[in-house]
Design a protein around this ligand. Structure first.
Ligand code: CP
Ligand code: NVA
Length: 306
């Protein structure tokens, strides 16, 4: 049966570790996997802009011997030019996998339901699993393990927060989330993550003060205050989120080795200062690079035997 990557919640701790073990191999010896996906093709349907996701998937397919085909918002025009079901059925006759970046999460679910090939969520309003996996891999690479460590997420409780919640709770990494009131992560996601955490031993905490979350943190993570599609709220959000900026002062509360992470794109001077993102603690570009390596592992796992 085909397998999709819609959400980290669908992956067991063992499956996550399996992806990371293969990523280690891919980083070590690129040539060994150069023909892994020879002759395979991947459609990249994007309804929102992208740098990292688009480029890393296209380059990843090329490095594995396959081909990525980018489809801009106006081309497929998902659900407008034709139904999601018909897009799924048609592309299943041409290509071996689909990456979809979209607005409503149910679009990814519907595409996966009607496609006979693997579907990968390249970001929806609810989650960003490829990002969450690359983030966990980066932490594992830099700090050696997850057990007993705490990630402080500061800012908007959004799609990236949700994937971190699922990822941390599955992997056993403690996560403390500081958001303004009314910008908390989705209650259903928190509930599910708490259930996973009870198995992995991770601690999940929510609070309303950035300084509280960052005290003794091993990782400080932030994302834009205004996600794609919410641009009209940007001015209002800039005011509400002012005290959630990741800066040197916040970093001084964390452990000395604390990693600064951001999924990028960053709005420098808003959710993060130049000083923080360019500091020695920052691993944001290693994190961006790891999108490529981790996604190559995901592509091999999902497409190799199809
Ligand atoms: N982090 C991330 O997904 O970046 P892009 O929006 O540029 O793809
Ligand atoms: N939360 C951001 C992530 C961008 C990679 C957004 O959805 O725009």
């Amino acid at each position: 049966m085909k397998k999709d990557l819609i959400s980290i919640k669908d992956l067991s701790a063992e499956e996550i570790e399996g992806i990371f073990a293969l990523t280690d191999e891919l980083k070590k010896d690129k040539s060994k996997y150069a023909e892994s996906l020879k002759g395979k093709t991947l459609a990249l349907i994007f309804q929102k802009p992208s740098n990292r996701t688009r480029v890393s998937f296209a380059v990843g397919m090329f490095q594995l011997g396959g081909l990525g085909i980018y489809l801009a918002p106006d081309e497929i025009n998902l659900g407008v030019r034709e139904t999601i079901q018909d897009v799924a059925r048609t592309l299943s006759r041409y290509v071996d996998g689909i990456v979809l970046r979209t607005f409503e999460h149910r679009n990814v679910e519907e595409l996966a339901k009607y496609a006979s090939i693997p579907v990968i969520n390249g970001l929806s309003d609810l989650s960003h699993p490829c990002q969450g996996l690359a983030d966990l891999y980066t932490i594992r690479e830099k700090l050696g393990s997850f057990k007993g460590l705490t990630l402080a997420y500061v800012g908007d409780g959004n799609n990236v927060t949700h994937s971190l919640l699922y990822g941390c709770s599955r992997a056993g990494l403690n996560i403390t989330i500081a958001t303004p009131e009314k910008f908390e992560p989705d209650a259903g996601v928190v509930k599910q993550a708490k259930a996973f955490a009870s198995l992995s031993g991770a601690k999940i905490q929510l609070c309303y003060k950035a300084s509280e979350a960052c005290k003794n943190a091993d990782v400080i993570y932030t994302d834009v205050w205004t996600s794609m599609g919410r641009e009209k709220e940007a001015a209002k959000r800039r005011k509400i989120f002012r005290s959630f900026q990741v800066n040197k002062k916040l970093l001084s509360l964390a452990k000395k080795h604390c990693l600064i992470m951001h999924c990028l794109p960053a709005h420098r001077g808003e959710e993060i200062t130049d000083e923080a993102i360019d500091s020695q603690n920052s691993v944001v570009f290693d994190q961006a690079e790891n999108r490529l390596h981790v996604q190559k592992a995901i592509l091999i796992k999902l497409l190799k035997n199809t």
